[in-house]
Each structure stands twice: as structure tokens, then as C-alpha cells.
Design a protein. Structure first.
Length: 281
């Protein structure tokens, strides 16, 4: 059969569909499935003239899909390359079939999510936020503007690079992403991500207590924060950070619920006099 090649225009359209719509009709049942369908639609429309072939090709991508969406763009690029190969050999006649494509998608979801969460969520975003927080000191809006511009530029061009690199490599990318090299990359990124999060937390998170004991004349003879600082400066901050990690990593509590727990702890702490927000009314 005649070899079919996707045009640059179609690839760009497919990428932009994923960039803007990877969370289209997002639900706990389907996750990013419909966003994937949206991105593959221009690919299938260009490769197949027959409506029946288009329908059959699109059904391949109705299977459940969910991964880290920024780095996960590489999977969309890989399957665009595989779909091109399937169209060239005949949709029912070659080695690339529904099972091949869906097996590859399912096999890459987990490793890509691990790398992407460590690299993007655990490392890149905290670094950008740390810089933005420093620029926002004194109430300056520069930090927020910096974050919006830098994150969107990095997100767009990073995802675009991943998409076209996946298309270029095709199924050759699988060995890189899920083999020994991929495991080493995930481990290295996770280590760096932990260091970055720890550095941001140590710089921007401060928890102190206002608890103290006074004698009959009202003079303080025990200031708990001073005692803690003499033994372990920043002990309460470290305990709160470890508590948040334990709740999310070990107890699988969502970040929103963890924030609500911290609000309750802070409120009770203020009421009993353990914390003092320094507010006057």
C-alpha cells in the first residue's frame, strides 16, 4: 500500500487539541479519554478517506487514559506515528492494530505519570513558585505576572517538543521511557523534586507557637517557642511538613482535605492560645 505521511498542519492541529483540551469532559470514569479523542480526530481524518475506517480508528482511543498531561503529550505523539503506520499498511492488514496501540498507551501511562509528576509538579512548579513568591514580597503583583507568563511559555513549548519528539521516535521511545534508562530518570527526578520541595518549604513555611506560662505577677517564666528554638530551630515547621506528607503519601488524603485539616488545627490552636496570628480587631 501507499505510505501515508501526516502533514505538519495536521500534527500542529492535533497538538493544539491536546494542549487546550486534554481535560475535556473530564470525569473520574474517563479521565483524559475524551481529550485524547479530540487530539486524534484530525490525525484520523487526514489518514482515512473512508468513514468506516475513520470510525474504527477512533474507537481505538475510547479506552481509558490518564497520565501527567504535560509530559504525557509524548504518548499522543507516539500514537500519531503508530496511526500513520497503521494507515500505510491498511487498517486491518498489518502488525499495528488496536491491541498494539492500546497496549502501548496503557504501558506508558504509569511511567510517564511518575516522571511527569516528579519533574513538573514536584520540581518545576515549586521552583517557579519559589521565584514568584520572592518577587511578590511587599504585595508586588510581579510575582503573579511572572508565574503566569513563565509557566504558560514553558508548558506550551515543552508540550510541543514532547509531542513532536514522540512522533519522531514512534515506538522507539518505549524503550527509553519504561526501560532501565527510564527508571533511572524517574529516580533522579524524584530525588531532585524532594530537594526542591524541601527547600521551598524551609524558605516559605513558618510555624511558631505563642504558648507561654506566667507566674502570679504576670511575668513569663516559660516561653515554649524559645525552648524549642534552643533545642531544634524550626521544629514545629518540620513537624507540620511531615504531617502533610504523611497524610497525603501514606493515608492517601487529598491536598484539599489536608488544607481543611490545617485550617481546623490553626483555628483550634488560636482558640486555645497555642497560636497567635497577630491580628487585632
Amino acid at each position: 500500500m501507499e505510505k501515508k505521511t501526516l502533514s505538519r498542519k495536521t500534527l500542529n492541529k492535533s497538538f493544539h487539541h491536546w494542549f487546550y483540551g486534554h481535560l475535556t469532559v473530564f470525569s473520574q470514569e474517563h479521565m483524559q479519554t475524551f481529550g485524547y479523542l479530540t487530539s486524534m480526530l484530525p490525525i484520523v481524518e487526514e489518514l482515512y478517506d473512508n468513514k468506516e475506517d475513520q470510525e474504527k480508528a477512533m474507537k481505538t482511543y475510547t479506552a481509558f487514559f490518564n497520565t501527567e498531561p504535560q509530559l504525557g503529550t509524548v504518548i499522543v505523539g507516539i500514537t500519531a506515528s503508530l496511526e500513520e503506520a497503521r494507515a500505510s499498511q491498511g487498517i486491518d492488514d498489518g502488525e499495528v492494530d488496536d491491541a498494539t496501540i492500546n497496549g502501548l498507551r496503557a504501558g506508558l501511562m504509569g511511567p510517564i505519570a511518575g516522571i511527569g509528576d516528579s519533574l513538573v509538579v514536584g520540581t518545576l512548579i515549586p521552583v517557579i513558585l519559589g521565584i514568584a513568591l520572592g518577587m511578590s514580597s511587599g504585595g508586588s503583583p510581579l510575582g503573579a505576572i511572572f508565574y503566569i507568563i513563565v509557566w504558560n511559555l514553558l508548558g506550551y513549548f515543552g508540550m510541543r517538543f514532547a509531542y513532536f519528539k514522540g512522533y519522531e521516535l514512534g515506538d522507539k521511545a518505549v524503550g527509553i521511557l519504561i526501560g532501565a534508562q527510564g527508571k533511572a530518570i524517574r529516580k533522579a527526578i524524584a530525588t531532585i523534586g524532594g530537594m526542591v520541595v524541601g527547600g521551598v518549604a524551609a524558605t516559605w513555611v513558618t510555624v511558631k507557637t505563642s504558648f507561654k506560662l506566667t507566674n502570679g505577677s504576670g511575668k513569663s517564666y516559660l516561653v515554649l517557642q524559645n525552648q524549642l528554638d534552643s533545642v531544634y530551630p524550626g521544629l514545629l515547621t518540620a513537624l507540620f511538613i511531615v504531617l502533610c506528607w504523611w497524610l497525603m503519601a501514606k493515608k492517601n488524603i487529598s491536598p484539599i482535605r489536608v488544607m481543611l485539616i490545617l485550617v481546623v488545627v490553626a483555628l483550634v490552636g488560636v482558640l486555645v492560645g497555642f497560636f497567635n496570628p497577630g491580628l487585632t480587631y
